[in-house]
Design a protein around this ligand. Structure first.
Ligand code: 5GP
Length: 171
């Protein structure tokens, strides 16, 4: 991809993800198992690297959300791919690639909360904090980033660029 500048190199990503995994393990000490819900498609890359660094027993689930109108974060969100299991009474860790306006995560947290899990926590790799429009609590944040469009390591530009091993940004 042309005009892509490096924001975080592979090693920087892995170092931070390792720290996050350690913190998560510490917090879940004594918890039998955690249901990790990875949000397709972008969070797949982060999820794989994160759970491989965790020692807590996990069950991996995936969900896909979609907004009605194009790529804009409109807040009109639907569940495109739902859970395969019952999460009532379970401990849930949502793994998301990025929080921008916060609408996607707010919707997902409320959707999952309606299924009566024991706990819900959230891990996001990237946080565009200055763009937040709705308040959502995030338990684990990888990096707080400026308002730039990022591509690579799961982040796409029209579905392309997800497999770029670093996180880049378009100037
Ligand atoms: P929110 O609902 O928090 O506004 O939006 C979150 C979604 O916006 C993410 O799941 C992602 O799909 C998209 N998004 C926000 N910023 C970026 C970005 O810089 N690059 C890419 N590829 N997607 C982004």
């Amino acid at each position: 991809m042309e005009n892509l500048k490096v924001m975080y190199k592979e090693e920087e990503l892995q170092k931070r993800i390792r720290e996050m995994a350690e913190e998560i393990d510490k917090d879940y000490a004594g918890t039998k198992e955690v249901i990790v819900i990875s949000v397709l498609k972008g969070a797949v890359f982060f999820t794989v690297d994160l759970v491989k660094k965790m020692k807590t027993d996990i069950i991996l689930e995936v969900m896909q959300l979609s907004s009605y109108s194009g790529t804009e974060s409109t807040g009109n969100i639907i569940v495109k791919k739902d859970l395969d299991c019952n999460i009532e009474g379970k401990d849930i860790l949502i793994v998301e690639d990025i929080i921008d306006t916060g609408r996607t995560l707010k919707y997902l947290k409320e959707y999952l909360a309606s299924k009566n899990p024991n706990t819900i926590k959230v891990a996001v790799l990237m946080d565009k904090a200055e763009r937040r429009e709705v308040k959502v609590d995030v338990d684990y944040t990888g990096f707080v980033i400026p308002n730039k469009f990022i591509v690579g390591y799961g982040f796409d530009y029209d579905e392309k660029g997800r497999n770029i091993p670093y996180v880049g940004y378009i100037e």
